[in-house]
Design a protein around this ligand. Structure first.
Ligand code: PPS
Length: 296
């Protein structure tokens, strides 16, 4: 079968972070990646709204021109820095062939970001989503995206997640690591929340525009908001990942744009699982001034 090397493999470890073995093979090229000063990095823990933010950014970069934003699939318009798979161009190769100004996607924890992004002073937008919705979204994604090991039952996957053993490691370390970094380099990092974007997308798009130092007409903002709504993205083949080979992502198991809401965890967690998760959460978030809305 094509892509057989990738399917349902165990994760490897990159400097202590669980990661797909094919990505680890490509790590030397990622580490040596040469950022350009006008690169804009979109950074997230998986399942936190990366694709949503990517589509918004591409629309902003193309002044709200919907047709231009249909030119290619989102995973080609916004290359995935550390992506590496046999016989496909790697993220680094894609980026080398992308004209500036580039949009770059990464899920790397802050300590693993190639140093060139800091050296060149690139702007970074980080988007975080509450842990409970992330773990549910990730559970479905593990099932449909076959690069992941079998997640087992939800009860088993909750343990995997809490133990920091899901791909990209601990959510707690990821969101806090980038949060602390933002304090150091406050001018370059805009830290956004999925829940705020759900509540008031116009306000969040305005924050992004301000961060970029860009002014656009109100009608353009309206077009951006319409085109990047869950309903529009779900039916847009350039945004919904349907053009990915089925061997890699099986949308019949679970669509990539699955529900797009905050608080879906309530439909999945048992009372006991919720209590256990809360206890663990409080321990790992203790002392942090980073707070999440668990529903909106
Ligand atoms: S990935 O694979 O890590 O890049 O996935 P990512 O894009 O970060 O996260 C996927 C989840 O984001 C939801 N999504 C959206 N929600 C609201 N509005 C829009 N426009 C939107 N686009 C994507 C997507 O449905 C996944 O969440 P769940 O909860 O599984 O539906």
């Amino acid at each position: 079968m094509e892509h057989e090397e990738l399917i349902r493999q165990d994760l490897g470890s990159l400097h202590g972070i669980p990661l797909y073995k094919s990505f680890i093979e490509g790590w030397p090229q990622v580490k040596a990646f040469q950022a350009r000063p006008d690169d804009l990095l979109i950074s997230t823990y998986p399942k936190s709204g990366t694709t949503w933010l990517s589509e918004i950014m591409d629309m902003i970069y193309h002044d709200g021109d919907v047709e231009k934003c249909r030119r290619d699939a989102i995973f080609n318009r916004v290359p995935f820095l550390e992506m590496k798979a046999p016989r496909l161009p790697s993220g680094v190769e894609q980026l080398e062939n992308t004209p500036s100004p580039r949009l770059v996607k990464t899920h790397l924890p802050v300590q693993l970001l190639p140093t060139s992004f800091w050296d060149k002073g690139c702007k970074i937008i980080y988007m975080a989503r509450n842990a409970k919705d992330v773990v549910i979204s990730y559970y479905y994604f593990y099932q449909m995206a076959k690069i992941h090991p079998d997640p087992g039952t939800l009860a088993e996957f909750l343990e995997t997640f809490m133990a920091g053993k899901a791909a990209y490691g601990s959510w707690y370390d990821h969101v806090q690591g980038w949060w602390e970094k933002k304090k150091e380099k406050e001018k370059q990092i805009l830290y956004l929340f999925y829940e705020d974007m759900k509540k008031d997308p116009r306000q969040e798009v305005q924050k992004i525009l301000q961060f970029l130092g860009k002014k656009v007409a109100e009608g353009t903002v309206d077009r951006i908001l319409h085109h990047t709504s869950f309903q529009e993205m779900k039916k847009n083949p350039a945004a919904n990942y349907e053009t990915m080979p089925t061997a890699l992502m099986d949308h019949n198991l679970s669509p990539f744009l699955r529900k797009g809401i905050s608080g879906d965890w309530k439909n999945h967690f048992t009372v006991a699982q919720n209590e256990r998760f809360d206890q663990h959460y409080q321990k790992y978030m203790a002392g942090s001034d980073l707070h999440f809305q668990m529903e909106v």
